[in-house]
Design a protein around this ligand. Structure first.
Ligand code: AQP
Length: 329
């Protein structure tokens, strides 16, 4: 029996960005070969902050198409849209009743995201970690390939699962987060103190996987750095350190090799080589993406087939939980 992995991405923009890709999605492609993979476009998570109908609808198709374009195989992996599997919402209600308010109050991502909301903060945003726990627990997930920002959510997932198991007997598998250290947190190009985000209002902060070569060049060349000259890995030089981290992740070269390569060269040369390296890895994804996004009928067939497969497993889990609780099933 293969071990199970689950991971999700929010359709909160027209495309994932290089932070999503290097921090998580690139691993998804490799992991699907050795694991039973569930990859989910988490539209229910996306509506925890306000979304426009048309943009959200486009982003769901676009995110799904990009996952196929980067190499997720819908016949090997279970790649589906979260709202197509109703068990996610059903189990969320149940596990809400096994989650403590104090636990949700401690969630760093809620604090960060709620602070950014200008109008209202929805109860959904507060409850986001429980929905995420359900995403993971429904499929008996063993491993979750994620960026560092999600580790606290995985710990909460384990706590909720453990609490339920202790009260009612073994139902849930306790999952473990899997993180690639170097690329776990790609930072904003305009403000390297903050992580790169799809929903950043400043478009220069983020390189999207759908950005055209000239846009990538412009964004990288205008990335915030410092007034020093040398190109070296120095954690205190936030902007440069972030760009070097991206370069390292994209080229696969070691820090020593990179520093030797750029010894005696300045920001201009470094940034233009970084931009070209990014364009090179993104180009084949964009070519495939153009084909997938042009054929929504085929995308919908993949979505429905995969949701159907996921729902069979999810329903077994929900029934087991209900039975344990004493519900009549
Ligand atoms: N900057 C990042 N560096 C590395 N990994 C990242 N991830 C997100 N941002 C970075 C990882 O990408 C996966 C999908 O993320 P998500 O769409 O589920 O949600 P998010 O973490 O909230 O991503 P964004 O880009 O910041 O979107 P918005 O702006 O909508 O909130 C996750 O595994 C995440 O860790």
């Amino acid at each position: 029996m293969k071990k199970v992995i689950f991971s999700g991405i929010q359709p909160s923009a027209q495309s994932p960005h290089i932070g999503n890709y290097l921090g998580a999605l690139r691993q998804w492609v490799e992991l699907q070969k050795n694991y039973q993979a569930y990859y989910c476009v988490v539209d229910l998570h996306a509506i925890t902050v306000p979304q426009e109908k048309k943009k959200l609808n486009d982003s769901i198709y676009a995110t799904y198409a990009m996952l196929l374009a980067i190499g997720i195989d819908p016949n090997m992996s279970n790649i589906f849209v979260q709202s197509h599997v109703r068990q996610h919402t059903e189990l969320t209600w149940i596990l809400n009743c096994f989650t403590h308010l104090g636990e949700l109050n401690r969630m760093t991502q809620f604090k960060e995201k709620s602070a950014k909301q200008t109008k209202i903060v929805s109860a959904g945003l507060y409850d986001y970690p429980v929905l995420m726990a359900v995403d993971i627990l429904l499929y008996h997930t063993n491993i979750i390939p994620v960026g560092e920002d999600q580790v606290q959510h995985i710990e909460l997932t384990r706590d909720i699962a453990d609490r339920f198991n202790n009260a009612y007997g073994e139902v849930f598998t306790l999952p473990t987060a899997r993180i690639v250290k170097e690329t776990a947190r790609i930072m904003s190009l305009s403000d390297p103190k903050n992580k790169m985000s799809k929903s950043d209002a400043n478009l220069n902060a983020t390189v999207f996987l759908t950005d055209k070569p000239d846009v990538i060049r412009k964004k990288i060349m205008s990335a915030v750095t410092d007034s020093k000259k040398s190109i070296e890995f120095d954690k205190k030089r936030l902007g440069l350190y972030n760009l070097l981290g991206i370069y390292k992740a994209v080229t696969g070269e070691s820090e020593k090799e990179i520093e030797n390569h750029f010894s005696g060269k300045g920001y201009k040369e470094f940034k233009s080589e970084l931009a070209e390296a990014l364009i090179e890895i993104i180009k084949p994804m964009q070519q495939k993406y153009t084909t997938y996004i042009a054929d929504k009928t085929t995308l919908e067939i993949y979505m429905r087939q995969n949701a159907h497969k996921a729902a069979i497993v999810a329903e077994q889990t929900v029934r087991r939980v209900k039975e344990k609780l004493g519900f009549i099933i």
